[in-house]
Design a protein around this ligand. Structure first.
Ligand code: HEC
Length: 168
């Protein structure tokens, strides 16, 4: 009896000391999870994409690393955006990433108008990191990939946050 009372000190209404501290733990982590989700939703509302956060973090990291990433972006081959749209549509990229590369809910991320550096873009298409199917150079040539890159770079800009009345 004395032992159980000692355990339940923090919450006298709970009959079982062990159970109450377990509950406190579960609800405590649930609460911080909910708080985290709320933050994520808020960030999404404000238009702060995970990528821009990553980019901001990258800026504070080793300068050499971001310098080489910038270099890769500059080395992007010049592609034909018009043909890129044709290939993008024919190869089904649009099914997951949207017709204008704007991304789809739960199917694939937004790709343009500011795509990831070309090297990373090409690497993802050849050896996707997760759910996306791979496209080898047999089904999608390097030239076609460059054309797709040009197409997503030319994708329309999203509306400015201040132009959306609901966000004012
Ligand atoms: C079946 C759905 C699907 C198709 C089709 C698809 N993708 Fe993806 N794509 C994804 C998903 C899901 C991801 C997220 C990462 C992953 O799953 O590998 C992704 C990620 C990417 C990324 C990385 C984006 C980033 O910001 O990290 C690029 C680039 C990309 N896809 C390009 C393409 C291109 C180009 C095509 C067509 C040749 C294509 N994808 C076809 C689902 C798809």
């Amino acid at each position: 009896m004395a032992k159980s009372r000692q355990h339940s000190e923090g919450s006298p209404r709970q009959p079982e000391g062990a159970a109450s501290s377990y509950q406190a733990g579960v609800f405590g982590s649930l609460r911080s999870f909910v708080a985290l989700m709320a933050l994520v939703a808020l960030a999404a509302l404000l238009g702060v994409s995970a990528r821009s956060i990553a980019r901001a973090q990258g800026r504070t990291e080793a300068g050499a690393q971001s310098a080489s990433a910038a270099q890769k972006a500059d080395n992007a081959p010049t592609g034909n955006a018009k043909n890129g749209k044709t290939v993008y549509t024919a190869d089904g990229c649009y099914e997951c990433h949207g017709r204008e590369a704007q991304g789809g809910a739960g199917t694939g991320p937004k790709l343009g108008p500011a795509p990831i550096p070309y090297a990373a873009f090409a690497y993802q298409v050849r050896s996707p990191r997760d759910q996306m199917p791979p496209y080898t150079s047999k089904v999608l040539s390097d030239a076609e990939l460059a054309d797709i890159y040009a197409f997503v770079q030319a994708a329309p800009q999203p509306p400015k946050v201040d132009s959306i009345p609901q966000l004012k």
